[in-house]
Ligand binder design. Structure first.
Ligand SMILES: [Fe+2]
Length: 382
């Protein structure tokens, strides 16, 4: 057991009262839930002038490329383009196009784990053995392992897909904020069987093929009639949706809270957070940009969904950053100036934090902005 201890001239509280012209760096274990220290430095630790080796911050532009390029990998028809992976989780970008004939649609089934689909672009209807669900940009769909489902989209639709390979998604611990924050349990949308059969009658949907992913290989099963024939069900295992709109971010108007308060789903070995628009901290001496930090035990992926990303130049929706554990990162130097004029953040993003290191799919190299690691090298404002 370690106890709080101070040396030199520390601050009294984290993210607050940082002396003019100085920088705070947070070093934390266990995703900032374990031992944490705040170091006050004269310069940010991100002022590197060279990085030689593989360990570096990375940025990828998924907009320009993934819509038009054919994804690689044996599981591509179901997962799209794989981006990152480790034993616990796989991250991919899946495009679903409209126009498939109603009798050519297939039922998708994942025998490798649960899928969490985040709808980035497009909209449509999801048919499943449990009933109908709908999605628009900002919808999370939690699809349990081995549940058959079919997407019917009315426009090109892009999902950011997180596959949970060693556990099942659960809610974060709501702790002292009570049962109805950051979202009311009633905000979860459950599947509707009656609406699904109504939809199928009107659109002529007739699904006679199930494609199953097992050990990342695909198997196709044909049927002589429609595979969706459930007349009723009961239980606590079923797909559901949660729209970002219904998540009310937890914040303090006085001090910057750690990213863990934005946890949306937790799983073995990783956590999914939603960053949503919120007012800025009001205290005069409060840090108003994300603090410089070393999230020592976690790799971090941030997928930019929508809004104005003030923390960095040339950042737009559909980009994805990768900040591996092992060195500090934090706001772009220019964000320090820009934040003075801001009263609210306006960005919507999905963060994936993984306990064990992520590997990059080789396909990602084509979409990397290779100069990204240099973006902190601008002279820091003093
Ligand atoms: Fe981070």
């Amino acid at each position: 057991m370690m106890y709080h201890y101070t040396q030199g001239e520390p601050t009294r509280q984290g993210h607050k009262g940082i002396p003019e012209g100085m920088f705070e760096e947070e070093q934390g274990l266990e995703g900032f839930f374990g031992p944490v220290s705040h170091l006050i430095k004269e310069k940010p630790s991100t002022r590197w002038t060279s990085i030689e080796g593989n360990l570096r911050p990375r940025m990828f532009d998924l907009v320009k490329h993934l819509a038009t390029e054919t994804p690689t990998g044996a599981a591509a028809p179901l997962i799209g383009q794989r981006l990152f992976y480790n034993n616990d989780v796989t991250v991919s970008s899946l495009w679903v196009q409209p126009g498939t004939a109603p009798d050519q649609l297939v039922s998708r089934r994942n025998a490798d784990g649960d899928w969490l689909y985040f709808c980035h672009k497009g909209r449509g209807t999801l048919l499943s053995e449990y009933g109908l669900l709908e999605f628009t940009p900002g919808t999370y769909i939690v699809m349990p392992k081995c549940v058959g489902h079919t997407f019917v989209v009315t426009e090109p639709t892009q999902f950011f897909v997180i596959e949970n390979r060693t556990s099942h998604f659960r809610e974060p611990d709501r702790g002292i904020v009570g049962r109805h924050a950051p979202w009311d349990p009633n905000a979860l949308v459950k599947p509707d069987l009656d609406r699904m059969y109504d939809f199928m009658r009107k659109t002529g949907v007739d699904v006679r093929r199930i494609v199953i992913k097992h050990t990342d290989e695909l198997t196709s099963m044909g049927y002589g009639e429609c595979v969706y024939d459930v007349k009723g069900w009961k239980g606590d295992l079923y797909p559901f949706t949660l729209h970002m709109y219904h998540i009310k971010p937890i914040m303090s108007h006085r001090v910057h809270l750690p990213p863990s308060v934005h946890s949306t789903f937790v799983a073995r070995g990783f956590v999914v957070c939603s960053f949503l628009p919120r007012p800025m901290e009001e205290d005069k001496d409060a840090l108003r940009v994300p603090f410089y930090h070393q999230n020592i035990d976690y790799d971090e992926i941030l997928f930019y969904h929508d809004g104005d990303f003030f923390s960095r130049d040339n950042l737009h929706a559909g980009m994805m950053s990768f900040h591996p554990a092992g060195f500090p990162h934090g706001p772009h130097p220019k964000a320090m100036e820009k934040v003075k004029a801001k009263t609210h953040t306006d960005e919507k993003a999905v963060m994936l934090d993984t306990r064990w290191p992520l590997k990059r799919d080789p396909a990602l190299d084509r979409w990397e902005l290779t100069e990204y690691w240099k973006s902190w090298m601008v002279t820091t404002p003093r």
